[in-house]
Design a binder for this molecule. Structure first.
Ligand code: ARG
Length: 466
């Protein structure tokens, strides 16, 4: 077995270095190096506060700051060597700082532990990820709103049970997804408010005897203030779980649209065509154009759900306060960040590029006696029938059209009057799909005028940053 010399960070108590397997299970640097910016920002804020409070000298604080700035530059320019023996990003940075500035580096960790350090780094990272997600959702909403405006009056079948139900407009359908994305954005904002507290200064778990100023570091790092309980500060991963649950819900929405695009782009439906930019061919069947991007958006949802369930499960049995189990939080969040940002960009691109086949949509919208409800409503409105009776009369009209294999509007008036003499020629005015959607003017209904109004409302909302 390979044995390494004792760890320089806690070497005092150890006679021997870790087993190679111990190092492999323990090291997180391969993934937590993604926190380098947050780690350096946290250390800079901490060092400045220590100097301000007279806990370290101003000279030490300034060489710590210069050294950290140099490390940031080394990492960003790819000149930094990450070491597994140094376990994680925190110790990699600190060890390099010691190489660069000597013993003063050892003063940085005064009144701090890796437990509050990782908590503050990870919160900063998740905050940034949520801010990016908010921007991505806004861009997705804009793409949908543009298509909704363009297709405010494009008629398509609306479905329940995936059976054609009543005609709707494609614009209205697009705006349904705007509603979902807007709720996702509001969940992002709620989560950001809740996680806006700095755990830095909770130290290992109990706080510290040094006269630190946690309000100062919180402010320097852009938090509303410090967390109130040191035990909770180092043991809380709610912010990561909330990120994953927000991500899982947003991803579920993207997956539903992805599923619709998969269905709509089949030759059997032929409602939309994906652009060449967002589809793939088959290596054996030359005629094929496959919706791979939509399918992968659908599949990424599975990964993100998995990450949420993983972290909930990792946390559920942990006693207070910190346990190393919590190191497993990062890969879940990183994977979800990557999966969701890719899925969101791909979906925004697909929505923008999608070619809408209005003629097939219109033909499908009129099939299956989709305006039967309009006929029943006509009888209620014009002839004063109770809705239940109107429903019954309409059922007989539908049965007749079905037996003659014609559309409702192709039945002659005398055939209609034979079923119910209260039907007159005016009924033909409500049987077309255009008349049907135009009549749906109730608040939130699918009428083209409503869609145009909703588009204007959403544009104002987005412009106002709401
Ligand atoms: N790499 C660790 C993590 O991500 C940092 C905190 C380690 N703390 C400790 N007491 N071993 O959780």
């Amino acid at each position: 077995m390979t044995r390494k010399p004792g760890n320089e960070m806690w070497g005092g108590r150890f006679a021997q270095g870790p087993d190679a397997i111990m190092e492999a299970i323990n090291a997180s640097i391969d993934f937590d190096k993604r926190l380098y910016r947050e780690d350096i920002a946290g250390s800079m804020a901490h060092a400045a506060m220590l100097a301000e409070k007279g806990i370290i000298s101003a000279e030490d604080a300034s060489s710590i700051r210069d050294g950290l700035a140099r490390i940031l530059d080394e990492i960003e320019s790819g000149r930094f060597t990450f070491s597994r023996a140094l376990e994680d990003i925190h110790m990699n940075v600190e060890a390099r700082l010691a190489e660069l500035i000597g013993p003063a580096a050892g003063r940085l960790h005064t009144a701090r532990s890796r437990n509050d350090q990782v908590a503050v780094d990870f919160r900063l990272y998740v905050k940034r990820a949520l801010q990016d997600l908010e921007r991505g959702l806004s861009a997705f909403m804009e793409a949908l709103i543009d298509r909704a405006e363009e297709h405010a009056a494009t008629v398509m079948p609306g479905f329940t049970h995936l059976q054609a139900a009543q005609p709707v407009t494609f614009g209205h359908h697009c705006l349904a997804y705007v509603e979902m994305a807007a709720r996702d954005r509001s969940r992002v904002r709620d989560a950001l408010v809740r996680m806006d507290e700095s755990p830095l200064g909770a130290a290992a778990l109990a706080g510290t005897g040094f006269p630190i100023d946690r309000h100062m570091t919180a402010e320097a790092l852009g938090f509303r203030g410090p967390t109130r309980n040191s035990l909770d500060s180092v043991s809380d991963r709610d912010f990561a779980i909330e990120f994953l649950s927000v991500a899982a819900i947003a991803s579920m929405h993207l997956s539903r649209l992805a599923e619709e695009i998969v269905i709509w782009s089949t030759p059997q439906f032929d409602f939309v065509r994906l652009s060449d930019a967002f589809s793939t061919g088959s290596s054996i069947m030359p005629q094929k154009k496959n919706p791979d991007a939509a399918e992968l958006v659908r599949a990424k949802t599975g990964r993100i759900n998995g990450s949420l369930v993983s972290l909930l499960t990792i946390m559920k049995g942990l006693p207070l306060s910190y346990s190393k189990d919590m190191q497993e939080d990062k890969e879940q969040v990183f994977d979800a960040v990557d999966s969701l940002s890719l899925a969101l960009s791909a979906m925004t691109g697909m929505v923008r590029d999608l070619a809408v086949n209005a003629a097939t949509m219109r033909a499908a919208a009129g099939a299956g006696f989709s305006t039967a409800t309009d006929l029943a409503d006509f009888l209620v409105r014009e002839a004063g029938l109770p809705f239940r009776e109107a429903h019954h009369v309409t059922g007989r009209v539908v049965a007749l059209a079905e037996s003659r294999k014609v559309a409702l509007e192709d039945l002659p008036l005398d055939a209609l009057r034979e079923i119910d003499p209260r039907l007159d020629a005016a009924v033909y005015g409500v049987l077309s799909v255009d008349a049907s959607v135009a009549s749906r003017t109730s608040f939130g209904g699918t009428a083209p005028d409503n869609v145009r109004q909703a588009v204007r409302w959403w544009r104002d909302q987005l412009a106002a940053g709401a």
